[in-house]
Design a protein around this ligand. Structure first.
Ligand code: UT7
Length: 310
């Protein structure tokens, strides 16, 4: 039986920061942000809401959606570059908070491709028979590492969490193929000192090339053609980068996920936040072929082709 998603949950903080509000704090404009990135607003977690808090809320919803209980979870994988602290891991904190007494736990550091890395890791454990129900979470509190005086980055990022319970699904459904990669030679283009620093133009070029190639490669690895793909969920970093991936698969605009306008770039949380949003809005149906593709600091990338449904 193949590995696939059996439950989804998300969480975003209540506080909204609009482009208009940013205009009052830094030298930017709503017009620049919307035309260059597609972002209109983002969610920001207040001081007391940390990464584990957001992850917990998304996880609880995913477990409920999967119709299982926390002690059925046997592995927790949390993809994040903004953990509450270096250790204990967010996944171990969650294991305790959820009462997932039978779960092993580890965090994954693959930046904006983290959720894809988590899904693919979960698939290996499920395929091998080692684990049955794996909780995979992408969660970030990027607001705590953003330099709010740097207009190159302050307008881009947001906070949030998305969680999936992965387990065995019906034959023909679930993850059909995947592609993971890393090019550490570009590591300097996004890194963290005290704050997140980025050479946007270099990352843009890398993203356009790699998102397209990786998306195509999973379609081919699954033995499918572009015509078989029903929907694409690109990492929600910038509408122009997302568009380039969509065009490589020759999909019409309505077959691409878009939540970047409302959440900005939430790094590892962006793909699961989008997936849940699209499910709720009826954009993905059982047996649709969906391509998920992410890229980010490392530099790394990852894609998955899956046939939706339990
Ligand atoms: O999740 C992965 C993380 N990162 C990314 O995905 C980022 C990928 N890169 C991008 O999305 C884009 O490169 C950005 C949105 C970051 C920048 O867009 P761009 O079209 O590549 O702009 P640019 O860096 O070439 O800058 C164009 C101009 C510059 O002014 P000059 O030098 O031409 O006078 C910037 O200083 O826009 C200026 N600029 C801004 N203006 C108003 C940069 N940021 C802003 C801003 N508001 N917030």
């Amino acid at each position: 039986m193949p590995a696939g998603v059996i439950g989804m949950g998300t969480y975003v903080p209540e506080k909204v920061i609009t482009n208009k509000e940013l205009e009052t704090k830094i030298d930017t404009s709503d017009e620049w942000i919307q035309t260059r990135t597609g972002i209109k607003e983002r969610r920001i977690a207040s001081g007391e809401i940390d990464t584990s808090h957001m992850a917990f809320n998304a996880a609880k919803e995913a477990i409920q959606d999967a119709n299982i209980s926390p002690d059925d979870i046997d592995l927790i994988l949390v993809a994040t570059v903004t953990p509450d602290q270096p250790f204990p891991s967010v996944s171990s904190m969650l294991q305790h908070q959820l009462g997932a007494t039978n779960a092993a736990a580890m965090d994954i550091s693959a930046a904006c491709a983290g959720f894809i890395y988590g899904m693919v890791t979960a698939k290996q454990f499920i395929d091998s028979g080692a684990h049955n129900n794996v909780l995979v979470i992408g969660v970030e509190k990027l607001s705590k590492i953003v330099d709010w005086e740097d207009r190159n980055t302050a307008v881009l990022f947001g906070d949030g969490a998305g969680a999936a319970v992965m387990g065995q699904v019906s034959e023909g459904r679930g993850i059909l193929s995947y592609d993971l990669g890393s090019d550490g030679s570009g590591g300097e283009h996004i890194k963290q000192d005290e704050f997140l620093r980025m050479n946007g133009r270099e990352v843009f070029k890398f993203a356009v090339r790699q998102m397209g190639e990786s998306s195509l490669s999973v379609v081919e690895k699954a033995g499918l053609t572009k015509e078989d793909v029903n929907f694409i969920i690109p990492h929600q970093a910038n509408i122009r980068i997302m568009e380039s991936a969509r065009q490589r698969l020759e999909l019409p605009i309505e077959k691409m996920s878009k939540t970047v306008d409302r959440y900005g770039n939430t790094s590892s949380a962006s793909i699961p936040l989008s997936l849940k949003y699209d499910l709720e809005h009826g954009k993905i149906k059982d047996d649709d072929v969906v391509v998920l593709v992410g890229f980010g600091a490392g530099l790394v990338w990852g894609s998955v082709a899956l046939r939706w449904g339990r």
